[in-house]
Design a protein around this ligand. Sequence first.
Ligand code: GCO
Length: 448
Amino acid sequence: MTIFQFPQDFRWGTATASYQIEGAAQEGGRGVSIWDTFARTPGKVFNGDNGDVACDSYHRYEEDIALMKKLGINTYRFSIAWPRIIPDGDGEINREGLDFYHRFVDALLDAGIEPFLTLYHWDLPQTLEDDGGWGNRRTVNAFVKYAEVIFKEFSGKINFWLTFNEPWCIAFLSNMLGIHAPGNKDVQTAINVAHGLLVAHGKAVQSFRRMGITGQIGIAPNVCWAEPYSKSAEDQAACDRSIALNTDWFLDPIYKGSYPQFLVDWFAEAGATVPIQDGDMEIISEPIDLLGINYYTMGINRHNPEAGVLQSEEMNMGLIKTDIGWPVESRGLYEFMHYLQKYGNVDVYITENGACINDDLENGKINDDRRISYYEQHLAQIHRIINDGINLKGYMAWSLMDNYEWAEGYRMRFGLVHVDFRSLVRTPKESYYWYQNVIRNNWLEIRN
Ligand code: GCO
């Protein structure tokens, strides 16, 4: 038996996002988001599922917080739905929306749980998308206005802030690959979106400083770690492109004030350029305090001219996969955290990590042993990373409960708590009790 002891001040948490759990889509003065629209577009989401009800957390947040408290977490990552705060994107402020999040945050604080707030987890007001979305500076400025409203309201209550969740997904998955809302399939649009959100990020951080808001602020990219299929330089270069588009494309501008040149050149070959305006790079590189890292899997990639714009193909290596088809490979997290040190030993929180395991209720129990095993492997790597002297300060499991898994609808389950999407009954899974034990002990015990 191996025991991995965690630091005394380590943050243990779980994460969720507004559109995935809240429901109450037509209540509280909420406006329409791009996900409401996308989910209603035939063929975009499995089974045509939408977030109208989701986990109904808008009404059941007290029950959810009771589950968190029993789980023992000291940190909870959630996102605010912009269309609840400014329903049409950049017009009137909706007091009802702010009041809802005040009630929610107060209830978390009463339960002794530190809120970790994400400003943008993908629910862009539809009106702004209709006007060109993130590629239009109107959206950038509207985001800053929205961020300032939230900063002012929640300063003093919130100590951990993230501007954007997974910028690669917002830009490339949603606008180049067309898999998420708004569903564009155009490289130039994706690059415009990526740049717009970086400028929005930088401007929001500047406001945060100017306004003297409490706590620390950062951004949460998703990691793609990739290792070459062969020893060839071409395969290595394909991996470099995949890794860099997910993280360096966003972190180089933030930490170094410039885009990774080799990728800029690669996109130029494909006819796409970054629409940089005077002063943008200074804005984007406003210093931040922390990074959130979302890690799920890694790939073994090879160069293939047919494999999309990046020409980087992920090979099927026959590894064990979770039910969404992602290989279980914790090693990439370790490698990535060392790769990240090129930006300095910055404070990092794992803001998402988890497994899609669709085990269902059997005799009142959900025996999701494969999820426990996934968590074991990843927490062991996290211990190893901390032991290397890297400033990894907390871990948020994705997710507290089963929820709306975007284009996969409700069929893909990532929760520690099972949700019956008809009755909305919540049932803790075996992984919940396992995680509760890890948190209580502050150590990880590897079984067998
Ligand atoms: C993310 C996604 C989450 C997903 C999770 C599983 O931030 O990665 O926003 O909302 O549900 O990643 O795919």
